[in-house]
Ligand binder design. Structure first.
Ligand SMILES: *Cc1c(COP(=O)(O)O)cnc(C)c1O
Length: 369
């Protein structure tokens, strides 16, 4: 028994691991963590070059120019409602620290982002899991779990890892059916990729209600996962609370400058969107042609289902790809042992990946005679 023991809420938690652990030799194709396919905007390099002589300085407390750039880009006038974090992960953590007491309940969804459960447990809260329907969040199942003790509902929209989304009218119905004392957190990490008329990231809902927060990130569409930048758009009092809970200098000077530069590069954003719009249907069609089941997606990743047959299953596929330095995400910890999530990379990376998956299925066929 160690002398120093963690709080009881922390003891059963397991550490996050990923396929990115450890060093690899040679070219690596990383399709396992939904990073932006095209890398960062070229303007980011220039921004980082500008900050290199100021790295002995703390970042500005108001996080200018990033806050201004987000305001201008998204039409947000009130900077006091914006909270920037070291990735949206940090803001999720702050939300749980600020609003979840031991024993409080937090509603998450069956195939929702696993970090919500982890952070809830860390705060001493109790995650309640609402079953999905056809890999899509069910508003009715969420509402059925609401109790006196419910504090937060976490909704990833679009959802990771399923790639599905809820139309705005369903998110609004969820908000309108929740007690006003329950906070609805809409995590729109993939909002920039969605091309659907009935989708909304949740900005208008934040402005219309006192109990809705929208989370966004620079890690996916903006290709800046390495710099760790996320932001929350909140009712003013929630923003003030988060700003109080959050460490004051959690966002680096480099992040502040790079994020602003990326938001100013509309050309890069257009290219990123067009690339994803081409890649998703192309890759999905190739996978379907190979006989794999492909879930429709609105984001920058695709969920594939492998057959549960010896040598052709998802575990064998991941190992086969891993041995070729192609990293994809198996979804066992989501309760989906037959599924693999593949992020969209460059055209070249996807060509190589399609060829490798085709070879895997051929080899398996040959081995099975
Ligand atoms: C990637 C992801 C995040 C985390 O983003 P960071 O800003 O890199 O911390 C949050 N939510 C969902 C659903 C994600 O997929």
């Amino acid at each position: 028994m160690p002398v120093i023991t963690p709080r009881p809420a922390v003891q059963p938690l397991v550490r996050y691991t990923s396929s990115l652990k450890g060093r690899r030799e040679g070219r690596v194709i990383r399709l396992s963590v939904n990073e932006g396919a095209l890398g960062p905007s070229p303007r980011v390099a220039a921004a980082l070059d500008r900050v290199k002589d100021d790295l002995h300085r703390y970042p500005p407390l108001g996080l200018e120019p990033l806050v201004e750039a987000i305001g201008a880009h998204h039409g947000i006038d009130d900077a006091d409602r914006l909270v920037i974090g070291c990735g949206s992960d940090e803001l999720l953590s702050c939300l749980c620290q600020a609003y979840v007491d031991p024993g409080d309940e937090v509603i998450v969804t069956q195939y929702g982002f696993l970090l919500y459960r982890h952070l809830t447990l860390m705060a001493g809260g109790v995650p309640k899991v609402a079953e999905d329907h056809d890999f899509t969040v069910s508003v009715d199942n969420i509402l059925a779990l609401v109790s006196e003790r419910t504090r937060i509902v976490f909704l990833a929209n679009p959802n990771n890892p399923t790639g599905t989304y809820l139309p705005q009218r369903e998110v609004q119905r969820l908000r309108d059916s929740l007690p006003e004392s329950v906070l609805l957190v809409v995590d729109a990490a993939y909002a920039e990729y969605v091309q659907r008329n009935d989708y909304s990231s949740g900005k208008a809902m934040v402005e219309a209600h006192e109990n809705v927060v929208m989370l966004r990130t620079f890690s996916k569409f903006h290709g800046l996962a390495g710099l760790r930048i996320g932001w929350a758009y909140c009712p003013a009092d929630i923003a003030a609370t988060l700003a109080t809970v959050k460490p004051p200098y959690g966002v680096s000077l480099a992040a502040v400058e790079a994020g602003a530069a990326s938001l100013g590069d509309h050309d890069f954003q257009e290219r990123s969107l067009r690339h994803n719009q081409e890649m998703v249907p192309w890759f999905s069609a190739r996978m379907a042609a190979l006989g794999l089941h492909v879930e429709p997606t609105v984001a920058n990743f695709v969920m594939l289902r492998f057959p549960r047959e010896n040598g052709r299953d998802a575990d064998a596929a991941r190992l086969f790809l891993d041995a070729r330095n192609i990293l994809v995400r198996k979804l066992d910890d989501y309760g989906l042992p037959d599924h693999v999530r593949v992020s969209m990379g460059t055209r070249d990376e996807m060509d190589i990946t399609v060829a490798a998956i085709a070879e895997f299925l051929r080899t398996a066929d040959a081995a099975n005679g």
